[in-house]
Design a protein around this ligand. Sequence first.
Ligand code: ADP
Ligand code: MG
Ligand code: MG
Length: 250
Amino acid sequence: MLKIENLHVHVAGKEILKGLCLQVNAGEVHAIMGPNGAGKSTLGNVLAGREGYEVSAGTVTFEGRDLLMLQPEERAAAGVFLAFQYPVEIPGVNNTYFLRAALNAQRKARGEPELDSMQFLKRVREKLKVLDLPDALLHRGVNEGFSGGEKKRNEIFQMALLEPRLAILDETDSGLDIDALRQVAAGVNAQRTPERAFIVITHYQRLLDHIRPDQVHVLADGRITASGGVELAVKLEAEGYAGMPQEAQA
Ligand code: ADP
Ligand code: MG
Ligand code: MG
């Protein structure tokens, strides 16, 4: 589904990703772990097509297409979803309105008919069952006054509505208490299908107790320096990143 080869990315004139390679197949969950400042969020942002991330070398192929040639909204239409490490608040913009606009923008870009409010509400009710999200959150401003846990659950809800092919979750676990973490993990697990892939970026092994990844990768200094199974995450938790190899593996 996703093939990243020798990706080099500059941010504000500084090289952050330095030859990153990663391959993700449909149905798989890949965890990316690594120290602060390693370039984990940069990877998510460059895949989503955010501004300010300059690709200086390498290729990214998504379902056979050159992802880097697509505009951010074309990537969203193709099914790439990024949940931000720091969700934005949009005071005064009703959350339901926002979610419907996001869904209809995606449908429009795909040449699908927009959903009217009845169809949209039906979809919302289906997805609400997946997550333990209070109805009231739908009627407030986007993330306005939401707790950290509510923002993260709202993102998982947004993901459920958009039904992405590739979902990238950037530290969706950060700042969550154990109950909120379980709810977020349950929301992700409920959305695992053979057609959908996840890249779960996390600083701690904790989340991986609840979301079992197929592969774990260490991103350090702009490259994947180690890949393995869940045992790699357990080893990292015990030994820290300092004990990991500093050179990229072939
Ligand atoms: P991580 O998510 O692994 O903690 P980031 O990808 O956020 O790391 O950041 C990697 C490096 O890139 C850091 O040194 C950070 O300061 C720098 N960086 C990221 N985004 C920007 C930006 N918009 N402007 C300047 N520097 C940035
Ligand atoms: Mg960070
Ligand atoms: Mg980050």
